[in-house]
Design a protein around this ligand. Sequence first.
Ligand code: 4NP
Length: 155
Amino acid sequence: MKILMVCLGNICRSPLAEGIMKQKIKQNGIEADVDSAGTAAYHVGEMPDPRSVQVAKKNGIDITYQRARKFVNTDFDRFDKIFAMDTSNYNDLIDKAATDDDKNKIMMILEKTNPGQYKSVPDPYYGGADGFDKVFTMLDNACEIIVKEMLNHEK
Ligand code: 4NP
């Protein structure tokens, strides 16, 4: 299974989603590739936001190795599942998708915790550190469900 986490800048939310997911697949001995990308290029090549680095570290996850990159259309070929953090990322990805197969790979990540609600992971960039704690919890809960589903499929 190859999973891509997508937000706007690839410095706040999707790096956390990548770090959380990688930790969970490792803890559960699952074979999977996880990466993240942004729909915008503002921060390409940068490390994750220090507030994301901090909240990840507090939860035992190192995300300092990550560097921001922009989503590219070939990601549709490289990945099986593409998780969007918010509705804007979701709509951008749907617009880029060339086939129904590509479209079917895209899902709002919080559909895992709040099915049918199209709930967004709030963009914490302009807020304080507590926003990052909330984002971490939302993503941790969603990734936990994704991992459980992967384990069930292995059975
Ligand atoms: P992210 O957060 O999409 O979770 O990485 C943002 C990062 C940067 C900007 C917006 C959101 N920005 O406008 O530069």
